[in-house]
Write a protein that binds this ligand. Structure first.
Ligand code: ADP
Ligand code: MG
Length: 731
C-alpha cells in the first residue's frame, strides 16, 4: 500500500482519485451521485502548499450555494416522517437531517444466494422465497417464539422469529415472503426479511442500528430521503490536505457511506468522516495544552521526612509500577505548571497508595491535599484507608460529604488531608491551602465539578481511573496529559475464573455459590440494571435479597446494599460484611468501585447482558482481591434474546481478565464513543473512527493538526465538539 506523500513535495504527484470514488449504485438516487461527482470534476493537480496566505477573506457566493442550515432542520420535514416516526427516530438519537446523514450503518449486508428449501445444507446465510402456510406462537420462559411454516414448492420449513410477536399479523397464510437467515436450532433463523412483493433482502445493503419499532429497512428509506441534503454539507478541510491524505469530499463520503457500491467504497467514505473526527480532537488537544502551560502552581520540591515515614508505615514494599508512577509524579510536582496526570490501573492494582503519596507531598510542604470520590460509599471507603495511615503519621484527616453538618465541614477544611465527595466543591467550601487534588474515577465527575475543585487556585491534579484506556489511545487522544500506568496486581493473586450461564441454569450458579460460602468465603449478588429511580432500584434489590433468603440462599446471612441507605447505615452494613457477620451482599451497582473485602470470592451478576463491558469489568474487580481463587458468574437471558454485541461482551469477559484487552474489545464493539462515559473527552463523538484499526489515521490527523497554519474553517467545528469541556482538566 502506498503511504501518503511527505508534506511539501506532494503537489505534482497527488492523485485526486480518492475524491472520485463515489459511483452511483443501482438503488441510489443516481442524480445526486452524478451531481456530486460532476461538481468536483474534472480532476486537477493540487497546489503544492496551503494557499492560506493570499486567500480572500470571503469567497463570492457561487451559483447553487450550499445551505448548511438545512441540515439542522427537524426530521419531520422529510416525507414519510410524522409525529410517531419522529418520536421513534428521536429514541435513536436522530432529530435533524444532519443526525440522519451521520447515522452510521452498523455493518453492510453482503449479497447472498437464493436457495430452494429442498437444497438447504449446512449453516450458510442464504435467502429463501416462498409463501406462508401457517403461523404459531409460543413462549419459552420470557422468550416469545413466532414460527411460520413456509413452502416454496420444493419443500417447506419452519421459519422462526424471536420476540417479535407483532409480526404474526403480517404473516397471514398465503403471504409471499423472502427470508434471509440460516438453518438453526428452531428450523430457519430469520435475520431479515421482506413481506409481499419487495425484495431488497438478498442484496448488498447497509444495515442500520434499529429499534424495535423502527426497522432497519425504514431507517434505510429515510436515509435515502435525507441523502440529497448531503450537498449542503460544508467541507472545512483544506483541499490540499484532502488531496494529500487521499480523502474524498465530505459530502461524497456520506453518499459512499450510505449508498456504497461495495465494501471498499463504504470504507473510503468512513475513513474521511473518521479523519474529520480525529482531526477535531487533535486540534482540541493542542488548544488544551496551550491553555494549561499558561497557568501557574507552586512547586513542591523534593520528598522529605514524612514520605520516608510513610514508606516505612506501609505493610508492603511498593511494586516497581508504583515506584515508577511516584517518580513521574514527583517530577510533575517539582514544576510550576500544575500537574495534570492520569494514573490508570486496573481495579486492585494499588492506585490508592500512590494517591496518598501525592497527598502527603502537599502535607509535608505545610499545605493541603484533597481526595474526591464520586460516591459517598467510595469516599467513606477511601477515608477509612487513608485515615488509618494518616493517624499513624500524625497527619490530620477529615471526611466531608453532603451529609456532614456545617460545623464539621468547617473543621474538615482545615485538616491536612480532606477526603470527600463533590461536597468538597460546593460554593462556599474554602480550603485552607490546597496544593494537591486527587480525583478518583475522574470520568464519573462532570467537567464543571472537576473545574470547580481547581477554581481560583491551581492545584496539582492527579486523576485516577480503573477504566483502562489503551495506551496508544491515551497518548494520542489525550496528547497533553501525562499518563502513569500501574497494571500489575500483586503476584499472589489468582486470575478470577469467569463463567457465563443463561438463566435456566441459574440454579447451578447458586449451588456453586453455597459450596463456596460453606467454606467460609463471602459473596456478592448484583441485581439487574434497570432504568429506574434509585428508589425503585433499592426496592428491587430488597425484594431480591428477600427472595434469596427464602429460596436459593436459605440459612445464609444476607445483607442488602443500595443507594437509598443513609451513609451511616451503609457504613455499618459494609463493616458487618467485612467482619464476616454477613455471608452475602445483595447489591445494586453502588458496589461497582472501591469496595474491598478480600474474603469475598464469588460474584453473581444477574441479567449481566444489560451491563456494559467496562461496568462488568469494574464489578468483577470486587472479587479476586485476596489470595483465594475467586469466581464471577455472569447470568444472562437466553442467548436467542441477546444481541450479537451483548454476546460478544459476555464472551470477552469469560476470555480475559485483562482490562486493557477488554478496553480494546469495547472500542471495537462500541466504536470508541462512550469509552470513558464522557462527553468532555470528545471521544463520545467518535462515531466513525475505529480507534484500534485507525491508529495510522490518528497519527495522520495529529500531524495535520500540527501543521495547519491556523484552524480556519475547522475552528467552529472544534468549538462545537469541545463546547462543554474544560480546557485545563483532563478531558
Ligand atoms: P485500586 O485503588 O487500584 O483498586 P487499591 O489501592 O485499593 O487498588 O489496592 C488494592 C489492595 O492491594 C489494597 O488492599 C492494598 O492495600 C493492596 N496493595 C496495594 N499496593 C500493594 C503492594 N505494593 N503490595 C501488596 N499489596 C498492595
Ligand atoms: Mg481504589
Amino acid at each position: 500500500m502506498r503511504g501518503p506523500a511527505p508534506s511539501g513535495s506532494s503537489g505534482s504527484t497527488t492523485p485526486l482519485d480518492a475524491a472520485r470514488v463515489v459511483r452511483p449504485v443501482p438503488y441510489s438516487p443516481r442524480t445526486l451521485a452524478a451531481q456530486v461527482t460532476a461538481t468536483h470534476g474534472p480532476k486537477q493537480k493540487g497546489p503544492t502548499r496551503f494557499a492560506a496566505l493570499d486567500q480572500p477573506a470571503q469567497w463570492p457566493p457561487t451559483r447553487g450555494r450550499i445551505r448548511p442550515e438545512t441540515l439542522d432542520r427537524s426530521l419531520d420535514t422529510l416525507p414519510g416522517v410524522g409525529p410517531a416516526v419522529k418520536r421513534k427516530l428521536a429514541k435513536l438519537g436522530l432529530e435533524t437531517i444532519r443526525d440522519l446523514l451521520e447515522h452510521r450503518p452498523r455493518r453492510y449486508e453482503s449479497a447472498v444466494d437464493v436457495r430452494r428449501i429442498a437444497d438447504l445444507r449446512g449453516d450458510d446465510e442464504v435467502v429463501i422465497e416462498g409463501s406462508v402456510l401457517t403461523t404459531t406462537e409460543r413462549r419459552r420462559g420470557r422468550l416469545k417464539i413466532l414460527t411460520a411454516r413456509v413452502d416454496d414448492g420444493s419443500a417447506s420449513i419452519s421459519a422462526t422469529w424471536f420476540n417479535q410477536p407483532w409480526l404474526a399479523k403480517q404473516l397471514q397464510p398465503g403471504t409471499r415472503v423472502r427470508l434471509r437467515g440460516r438453518p438453526g436450532r428452531y428450523g430457519f433463523d430469520v435475520r431479515s426479511f421482506d413481506v409481499g412483493e419487495v425484495d431488497a433482502t438478498a442484496d448488498f445493503a447497509p444495515v442500520y442500528p434499529a429499534s424495535e419499532e423502527l426497522t432497519a429497512k425504514k431507517v434505510r428509506e429515510l436515509v435515502g430521503a435525507a441523502l440529497p441534503f448531503a450537498c449542503d454539507l460544508p467541507d472545512p478541510l483544506p483541499a490540499v490536505v484532502k488531496a494529500r491524505e487521499r480523502l474524498p469530499l465530505r459530502r461524497d463520503a456520506l453518499v459512499a457511506l450510505h449508498r456504497p457500491s461495495g465494501e471498499d467504497d463504504a470504507e473510503v467514505g468512513r475513513r474521511r468522516l473518521a479523519f474529520d473526527e480525529l482531526l477535531r480532537l487533535q486540534i482540541g488537544v493542542a488548544r488544551r495544552a496551550r491553555a494549561r502551560e499558561a497557568s501557574l502552581a507552586a512547586p513542591l520540591g523534593e520528598p522529605g521526612e514524612l514520605i520516608v515515614r510513610y514508606r516505612q508505615a506501609l505493610p508492603f514494599a511498593l511494586t516497581p509500577h508504583q515506584e515508577t508512577a511516584i517518580r513521574e509524579l514527583d517530577g510533575d510536582l517539582a514544576r510550576t505548571v500544575p500537574m495534570q496526570r492520569l494514573l490508570q490501573g486496573d481495579v486492585g492494582s494499588g492506585k490508592t497508595v500512590v494517591a496518598l503519596y501525592a497527598l502527603l507531598r502537599a502535607v509535608e510542604n505545610g499545605r493541603q491535599g484533597a481526595l474526591m470520590a464520586p460516591t459517598e460509599t467510595l469516599a467513606e471507603q477511601h477515608f477509612l484507608t487513608v485515615e488509618a495511615i494518616c493517624r499513624e503519621l500524625g497527619v490530620s484527616c477529615a471526611l466531608l460529604t453532603s451529609s456532614s453538618p456545617k460545623r464539621e465541614r468547617d473543621m474538615a477544611l482545615h485538616a491536612d488531608v480532606v477526603v470527600g465527595t463533590h461536597a468538597l466543591i460546593q460554593p462556599g467550601v474554602g480550603f485552607r491551602d490546597l496544593a494537591v487534588a486527587v480525583v478518583d474515577e475522574q470520568h464519573r465527575f462532570g467537567v464543571q465539578q472537576r473545574k470547580a475543585l481547581a477554581e481560583g487556585r491551581s492545584p496539582h491534579v492527579l486523576h485516577m481511573t480503573a477504566t483502562p484506556i489503551p495506551r496508544t489511545l491515551a497518548l494520542t487522544v489525550y496528547g497533553d496529559l501525562a499518563v502513569s500506568e500501574i497494571a500489575k496486581p500483586p503476584a499472589t493473586r489468582k486470575p478470577i475464573v469467569t463463567a457465563w450461564i443463561t438463566e435456566d441454569r441459574a440454579g447451578e450458579a447458586y449451588t456453586r455459590l453455597t459450596r463456596v460460602l460453606d467454606e467460609g468465603r463471602q459473596a456478592y449478588v448484583v441485581c439487574p440494571l434497570v432504568e429506574a429511580s434509585e428508589t425503585t432500584l433499592a426496592r428491587a434489590a430488597e425484594q431480591e435479597a428477600e427472595r434469596l433468603r427464602r429460596a436459593e440462599l436459605r440459612g445464609y446471612r444476607i445483607g442488602c446494599l443500595h443507594g437509598r441507605l443513609n451513609p451511616g447505615g451503609r457504613r455499618e452494613l459494609m463493616a458487618r460484611f467485612k467482619a464476616r457477620e454477613l455471608d452475602v451482599l445483595v447489591a445494586t451497582t453502588v458496589i461497582e468501585v472501591g469496595v474491598d473485602v478480600p474474603n469475598a470470592t464469588v460474584m453473581v451478576v444477574q441479567e449481566a447482558d444489560r451491563f456494559g463491558l467496562a461496568q462488568l469489568h469494574q464489578l468483577r474487580g470486587r472479587v479476586g482481591r485476596g489470595a483465594e481463587q475467586s469466581y464471577c458468574l455472569l447470568v444472562s437471558r437466553a442467548k436467542e434474546e441477546l444481541s450479537d454485541t451483548a454476546q460478544a461482551r459476555l464472551q470477552a469477559l469469560v476470555d480475559t481478565t485483562d482490562g486493557f484487552e477488554l478496553a480494546e474489545v469495547d472500542l471495537d464493539l462500541r466504536g470508541g464513543g462512550q469509552l470513558l462515559g464522557t462527553r468532555q473527552s470528545g471521544l463520545s463523538d467518535l462515531r466513525f473512527a475505529k480507534l484500534r484499526a485507525d491508529r495510522g489515521l490518528l497519527e495522520r490527523a495529529r500531524s495535520v493538526a500540527a501543521e495547519l497554519p491556523d484552524e480556519g474553517l475547522l475552528a467552529a467545528e472544534v468549538d462545537a465538539v469541545f463546547a462543554d469541556t474544560d480546557p485545563d482538566a483532563l478531558a
